[in-house]
Design a protein around this ligand. Structure first.
Ligand SMILES: *Cc1c(COP(=O)(O)O)cnc(C)c1O
Length: 372
């Protein structure tokens, strides 16, 4: 066998995630591993919780990072908040809304769908209509930032409507956290999950998660045990906030948590609002350049995510050939279209550390010369 160390190239990641990782975050990852019940590690975890509360703009005491990627954060919300027979309103305007439906059904719940076309935001009027039509619905689930299409939905308004109908909200904030305003307490969102590798520019494999008091109360009132042992948050709570008597649940991904701590320190030092503005500036630069190349956006301007730019592939252009040229010649990754947009759109990510002018300039130059 002649296998040696794996040496990946230095790419620029302008796809739908992972994004480029801050060098300081990669350094944090290589610091010495200590025990996950070591008093110093527990101190780090307490800081991590405060930093996550800042990123989510919440005082929720249940604010943690699930030891698994964003999909596990999604699943943690559904398995804890949905019991067999529960009716859940699921808003679907892209790939991730449909995954929410699957989660509801696998929990034995009944998914009632509100559909909007790919590229459109979730319609609050349709949510209102569906809740009026069925008073048995207990939970409203939606994706704040649909990474498959680049559309931003109005989380504040959807949550208001849900509350009016005594429903809890489950919110996918995987791509929104750190990239666009997300105000968990002000908008009174109940169960919100995210991912480490999008606008936080940390290594993949962790899912920030926060539950409101109302969500915790619903979990405490469950009639049946959560079917997933690993994702049962009542068990995890003992590890994250055991107040000096933390008990073993699973071995924390210690070094990855150092990395998340570092990424959140960087976000805090920059300031959330400054980070949102930086994403917006990079988006405007990209938009100006793409329009000069005659490239059109999928999403209407008012609902565009700055961190995920879905654009139509110009007619007659070979999708795969362009993407592989960008990768091989410029070390630049952009995302392919998903689902109904496969082969029709590219998804250009400007997430976290990637959202900088120099990357926008490189992407525009590389696209221009490749398209020629
Ligand atoms: C990336 C993403 C996920 C899944 O996260 P993973 O870390 O890949 O499991 C879920 N929802 C949205 C909106 C995403 O962009």
């Amino acid at each position: 066998m002649s296998i040696t160390s794996f040496m990946p190239p230095q790419r620029i990641l302008m796809g739908p995630g992972p994004s480029d990782i801050y060098p300081q975050v990669l350094q944090a990852l290589s610091r010495p591993t200590i025990g996950h019940l070591d008093p110093l590690f527990i101190k780090m975890m307490d800081e991590l919780k405060q930093l996550l509360q800042y990123a989510f703009q919440t005082n929720n005491s249940f604010t943690i990072a699930v030891s698994a990627p964003g999909s596990a954060g999604m699943e943690a919300c559904f398995v804890n908040l949905v019991e067999a027979g529960d009716k859940v309103l699921v808003c679907r305007n892209g790939v991730f809304g449909d995954r929410m439906r699957e989660n509801v059904e696998r929990c034995g719940g009944v998914a009632i769908m509100v559909d909007n076309a790919w590229g459109e935001p979730v319609s609050p009027a349709l949510v209102e209509q569906a809740l009026q039509a069925d008073p048995e619905i207990k939970v409203v689930a939606f994706v704040h930032a649909e990474t498959s299409t680049g559309a931003l939905s109005d989380a504040k308004t959807i949550a208001e409507i849900a509350r009016k109908h005594q429903c809890l909200t489950i919110v996918d904030a995987v791509t929104s956290l750190g990239g666009v305003p997300l105000l968990v307490d002000e908008w009174q969102l109940d169960a919100v999950y995210s991912g480490s590798q999008k606008c936080l520019s940390c290594v993949p494999g962790l899912s920030p998660l926060t539950f409101s008091e109302k969500a915790i109360a619903k979990i405490q009132q469950r009639k049946t045990a959560v079917q997933s042992w690993f994702l049962d948050q009542s068990l995890v709570l003992g590890y994250w906030s055991g107040e000096g008597k933390r008990s073993y649940h699973h071995t924390a991904p210690i070094n990855s948590l150092y990395a998340l701590h570092e990424a959140l320190v960087l976000l805090h030092n920059e300031g959330l609002e400054q980070a949102w503005q930086r994403h917006q500036r990079a988006h405007i630069e990209l938009k100006t350049g793409l329009e000069a190349l005659g490239i059109q956006f999928v999403v209407e301007e008012a609902y565009r995510l700055p961190q995920l730019n879905a654009v139509y592939i110009p007619e007659g252009v070979d999708d795969a050939a362009v993407r592989s040229t960008l990768l091989e010649r410029y070390n630049l990754e952009i995302g392919a279209g998903l689902g109904t947009l496969a082969g029709k759109a590219w998804r250009i990510g400007l997430m976290g550390y990637t959202a900088r002018s120099e990357n926008v300039a490189l992407c525009l130059k590389a696209l221009e010369s490749t398209l020629k």
